[in-house]
Design a protein around this ligand. Structure first.
Ligand code: HEM
Length: 214
């Protein structure tokens, strides 16, 4: 494929940033599920031993949050909801039949929902995680608040796991998407089909194509 048939979608630092978040997510979610259900206790071993998992899980969570904040700062503008997003949402039944609808920009409505659900659950996970973090912070809070934080932590972790499962499914289901986050580029045909407004923006700045994507 010729270089001009491709658009740069993510630079190397952006991809490294994303995969740090994804790696931390896998470690934090598996070890967290290991604490939660006795039948999943074996999952704590993703962080070495159960004792190590208890120590490392909160630190992995903080790294995930900090790395996601960098993504948040990079992409929040592209994830603002616009008029075309309602067209996408109203025609979701067509999307599942593999037809594209709406004039999506860099991200479609589904991706935007994942983005906002991820930041909301990560903020809740961070705040509740600090309240229940022994031995550093939990001692400063009352037992009822710690209990509430435990519920918030479990519910938001479950929500994030479901959201990321949808995210991974969509990334694999829409052919040609994975190269964006692995190699950094997408084909112009992919862009035209799935993100027509972003395609037009990229086409009108041909000299920028191999530079930073917008
Ligand atoms: C573990 C497996 C994962 C895979 C295979 C994966 C795959 C991808 C791919 C292919 C893209 C590019 C989509 C596009 O540009 O259209 C992407 C974007 C993105 N991913 Fe992931 N991802 C994973 C985990 C995560 C996790 C754990 C998070 C956050 C907690 C995350 C957050 C994002 C965000 C915010 C974007 C940019 C899309 C937007 O801002 O709406 N990903 N991912």
């Amino acid at each position: 494929m010729k270089k001009h048939d491709r658009f740069v979608r993510y630079t190397a630092p952006e991809r490294i940033n994303h995969w740090i978040v994804a790696f931390c997510f896998v470690l934090a979610s598996l070890s967290g599920l290991g604490f939660f259900f006795p039948s999943f206790n074996g999952l704590m071993h993703v962080l070495g031993t159960p004792q190590l998992a208890r120590i490392l899980h909160p630190f992995v969570g903080v790294v995930m949050f900090a790395a996601f904040m960098l993504m948040f700062l990079r992409y929040w503008k592209h994830n603002l909801i616009g008029q075309q997003d309602w067209v996408w949402a109203k025609n979701f039944h067509k999307i599942v039949q593999n037809h594209e609808v709406g004039d999506s920009g860099k991200y479609n409505f589904g991706q935007k929902c994942v983005f906002w659900a991820a930041i909301i659950s990560l903020i809740l996970l961070l705040i509740s995680g600090i309240v229940i973090w022994r031995p550093y912070f939990a001692g400063a809070f009352d037992i009822p608040l710690i209990r509430l934080a435990l519920v918030v932590h479990s519910v938001s972790a479950t929500a994030l796991i479901i959201v990321i499962m949808v995210h991974i499914y969509a990334a694999l289901w829409v052919k040609g998407t994975l190269t964006a986050m692995v190699e950094g580029w997408v084909t112009s045909a992919w862009a035209k089909k799935h993100h027509p407004r972003w395609y037009r923006e990229q086409r009108h700045r041909p000299t920028q194509q191999e530079k930073r994507p917008r």
